[in-house]
Ligand binder design. Structure first.
Ligand SMILES: N[C@H](CCC[C@H](N)C(=O)O)C(=O)O
Length: 290
């Protein structure tokens, strides 16, 4: 088997596998992703596959794979893990990457926290994408539960590379059965490419509490792009400022929507252990501690 090195990492408990695919033209197959996710030690939310650069001026091309084997356009927590693994290897702090959604920047600071520039948000219904025309995506018609007394309704929707719906709630975010509503909303006909589904409680203009059902991965401890979407949707509906702390089940991220329209995400990344995996079958072995 022609196996490649990988790191098991996490970003605020978002389970990430960083696979080093540099120097090979192989790709991680959907079957491999499903097999890797099927073993308890490597159950993951996303695989971040580091490939050789395709575009001059970028360090690497990053492919992002959900645990159901589908591709994701963006993953904020995973990008921080990629930055940390490459910066440990190369002693550099600043990186430019390419993903299917475009060019991204990442930087590790002295305090070990990592900031990734997730690019610019998109609000047009056809960019998110939605299946139905909405002139204003700050609030769209979508609800779940009894027609006259919906449990969740009128989310703000946008894309930060990947599609997100943010449902605003006044009650404790833990009082909602997101495990039940998540799959229904993720696969709702309004979203032709499915969507990541979040419930957000704005505590004050500088703090949001957030839980997310991730497209292709389910309930997670943290979803970086959902935190970006919650902040941007919060700011454009005047619920929050353009910079806020977003508290996820796994911990806090700081999100800022800059004057140049870019969204940055700052938080930790944690190395756990390393091994080697076969990108075709997903078979893996754990390496002795380096
Ligand atoms: N965990 C990721 C998001 C994965 C998105 C993925 N579930 C999709 O859009 O298909 C994050 O930290 O941003």
């Amino acid at each position: 088997m022609s196996d490649v090195p990988f790191f098991k990492m996490n970003g605020l408990g978002n389970q990430i596998i960083v696979a080093d695919m540099r120097g090979t033209s192989a790709r991680i197959t959907p079957a491999a992703a499903i097999a890797i996710n099927g073993r308890a030690e490597t159950k993951f939310d996303q695989i971040m596959a580091i490939h050789d650069a395709r575009t001059p001026g970028t360090a690497n091309y990053i492919e992002i794979i959900n645990s159901d084997g589908t591709l994701a356009q963006a993953c904020g927590n995973g990008m921080r893990c990629v930055v940390q693994s490459l910066s440990a290897e190369q002693g550099r702090q600043l990186f430019t990457f390419e993903t299917i959604a475009g060019i991204l920047f990442g930087q590790e600071a002295e305090d070990g926290l990592i900031t990734v520039d997730m690019g610019t948000p998109k609000f047009a219904w056809y960019d998110i994408p939605l299946n139905e025309e909405f002139a204003d995506t700050r609030q769209v018609e979508l609800q779940i539960g009894p027609i006259d007394d919906p449990v969740l309704h009128s989310p703000s929707v946008m894309s930060i590379g990947n599609p997100h719906a943010t449902f605003w709630v006044k009650e404790d975010v833990w009082s909602y059965a997101l495990d039940r509503f998540g799959p229904l909303l993720e696969n709702h006909p309004l979203f032709p490419e499915r969507a990541n589904i979040s419930i957000a409680n704005v505590v004050n203009p500088e703090r949001i509490i957030l839980r997310t059902w991730e497209r292709g991965a389910g309930l997670t401890e943290a979803c970086g792009t959902a935190a970006c979407a919650a902040l941007v949707n919060g700011a454009r509906t005047r619920r929050t400022n353009r910079k806020a702390t977003v508290t996820l089940p796994g911990g806090d991220l700081v999100v800022e929507w800059l004057p140049n329209d870019h969204v940055t995400l700052t938080g930790p990344a944690e190395f756990e252990w390393q091994g080697r995996l076969d990108p075709t079958s997903g078979a893996w072995t754990r390496s002795e501690a380096a």
